[in-house]
Design a protein around this ligand. Structure first.
Ligand SMILES: [Zn+2]
Length: 109
């Protein structure tokens, strides 16, 4: 792994409020329990499978493996959540995790 500070240690880079910590825990449990399944993908630009792992977590401390393509240099996620996992994540946890509030504020609209 290229960036040691992005190892998958569960530690967030952001200061999270109580709701965000709850959502982070919920997502982590779904990842660990295989409710959220992942799939390996090749580079979307050149279809190469040759890659090097850059980091394993996102700013919330969630598992998020990011790679650089060994042939064209595209930075991309693999393995990534399956479409059904992404659907559930964005319907249930994303907004609360990202904004730290139960519902989008009026200014969002
Ligand atoms: Zn590529």
């Amino acid at each position: 792994m290229i960036l040691k500070r992005l190892e998958n240690n569960g530690i967030p880079e952001l200061k999270l409020n109580e709701l965000q910590l709850k959502m982070k825990q919920q997502v982590s449990e779904k990842v660990d329990g295989k409710t959220y399944k992942f799939e390996e993908v090749n580079c979307a630009i050149c279809n190469s499978a040759k890659k090097e792992l850059i980091g394993e977590k996102d700013r919330y401390g969630l598992y998020f493996p990011v790679n650089i393509c060994g042939d064209c240099g595209l930075v991309y996620t693999s393995p990534r959540m399956t479409q059904s996992a992404y659907n559930e994540f964005y319907n249930i946890e994303y907004r609360k995790l990202y904004n730290g509030v139960e519902a989008a504020r009026a200014v969002f609209f």
